[in-house]
Write a protein that binds this ligand. Structure first.
Ligand SMILES: [Zn+2]
Length: 143
């Protein structure tokens, strides 16, 4: 099955397996930090695990940010619409589960009073960094 991964996807899979942080996550953390916001990682607030384990938790502002890989979480961009040619059903089911899980997590968080922002991997590309910074600032500074 490993053979159906391209190099980029494989490195991301390996990062996930090792529990390491992906480059898009690190980019978003650096931006939030540069904007002067304090946050926690990996979905915890006051010792409690939040639905979906958001990547960044801004507890004092009651806001969370998810940084989603386009491929696994099915962004509307070309990368998120691509799928391996073999085992089509397996992949479709897997993708459907991921998308449903993301949706449930965001809904649960909003019910608990959290503001939720999703940042897609492709939006962290260097040429889109300015726009992302403005978006993040708008989200975090809003009451
Ligand atoms: Zn994308």
């Amino acid at each position: 099955m490993a053979d159906c991964y391209d190099v980029e996807t494989r490195s991301r899979v390996m990062a996930a397996v090792r529990g390491k942080d992906t480059a898009p996550e690190l980019t978003v953390r650096r931006l939030a930090h540069a904007l002067g916001y304090r946050f926690r990682l990996h979905g915890f607030s006051e010792g409690r695990r939040l639905p979906g384990r958001p990547d960044l938790v801004f507890a004092s502002r009651r806001k969370v940010v998810f940084v989603h890989g386009c491929f696994w979480h099915r962004h509307g961009c070309p990368r998120g619409r691509s799928a391996p040619a073999s085992n089509r059903r397996f992949w479709r089911d897997k993708f459907d589960r991921n998308v449903a899980r993301d949706r449930r997590a965001a809904a649960a968080l909003r019910r608990l009073g959290w503001g939720v922002m999703t940042i897609w991997e492709c939006q962290t590309a260097p040429r889109r960094r300015d726009r992302l910074t403005r978006r993040l600032l708008r989200f975090l500074s809003a009451e």
